[in-house]
Design a protein. Structure first.
Length: 143
């Protein structure tokens, strides 16, 4: 295995895609590609595995709805039952239509916030981390 590293800079995303395809066809390993904006199809051209982020998002949503359901049942039925608008709080099922917006919001809240945390941890983006891109122009107009 060779330790040679080659950096190439392109001005156009189409030229970049052609270079990535030719490099992969020659059976060379591409470690990373830095672009100033997302390039459609670049992940497939590089041969990256599909992401499992949708599965993580679904699981985080399940955590959110579970916590919301548990919290509402305990607060509104067990701990401090109240008669709001003439609706008695005998059971969670009777009052569930009133709890649907809270369950939805907690699902979205947990999925969104935990996805951001997961993205930062997976990408190893920590506060005050020094940039790793080899050339400053890759954040402006070069690929």
């Amino acid at each position: 295995m060779s330790n040679k590293v080659i950096h190439a800079i392109y001005n156009d995303d189409d030229v970049l895609m052609d270079a990535v395809k030719q490099t992969r066809a020659a059976h060379h390993h591409i470690e990373e590609v830095y672009t100033p904006f997302p390039v459609h199809g670049l992940d497939k051209a590089m041969g990256l595995a599909p992401t499992r982020i949708a599965i993580a998002s679904f699981l985080y949503g399940l955590v959110g709805i579970s916590i919301a359901t548990t919290m509402m049942r305990y607060i509104m039925i067990v701990d401090w039952p109240q008669d709001i608008g003439g609706k008695p709080s005998f059971s969670y099922i009777e009052n569930m239509p009133a709890f649907v917006p809270i369950m939805f919001e907690m699902t979205v809240f947990f999925a969104a916030h935990l996805m951001v945390i997961t993205f930062y941890m997976r990408s190893k983006l920590w506060p005050f981390k020094k940039a790793e891109n080899p050339d400053v122009r890759t954040t402006d107009d070069h690929f």
